[in-house]
Design a protein around this ligand. Structure first.
Ligand code: ZN
Length: 136
């Protein structure tokens, strides 16, 4: 048990690449009853958040094909784009990843949506999952 994570790592959100938010929204909002959470659009994508307890599902629809989500859709099709973990110590987590030889997309945290600092790991280091870290 690590003492460096007093609050513990939790899933902040799961980002889903979708062709049309409008088409899939009724499933999450109406059938599953997940409340919509307003989020800023980022990186050439329309983003709709849906609350699942303390975690979010983020529907990511490209506004242009030449954007990270647009390129992902072209290459891989719809599905899970990334998983974001909230961690207690973003710098410490990145340092541990680096020390373990994992491939970091962001060596230092950058400003993400909603002004929080984020960093990504390359999926080649994490069994094919694009991992994002954010702070609490
Ligand atoms: Zn994210």
């Amino acid at each position: 048990m690590s003492t460096s994570s007093p609050r513990g790592t939790r899933i902040a959100h799961i980002g889903l690449a979708v062709e049309s938010i409008e088409r899939i929204l009724p499933f999450y909002r109406d059938i599953l009853g997940m409340p919509e959470v307003p989020l800023n659009n980022e990186d050439g994508a329309l983003i709709t958040g849906l609350a699942a307890g303390d975690s979010l599902v983020e529907l990511l629809q490209p506004q242009v094909s030449d954007s990270p989500i647009g390129r992902f859709l072209t290459k891989r099709g719809q599905g899970i784009h990334h998983i974001c973990f909230a961690v207690d110590d973003l710098e410490g987590t990145l340092a541990r990843c680096k020390a373990a030889g994992l491939r970091l997309i962001d060596e230092v945290p950058r400003k993400g949506a909603e002004g929080k600092r984020i960093a990504f790991l390359h999926p080649s280091s994490t069994a094919g999952v694009l991992v994002e870290f954010t702070e609490y």
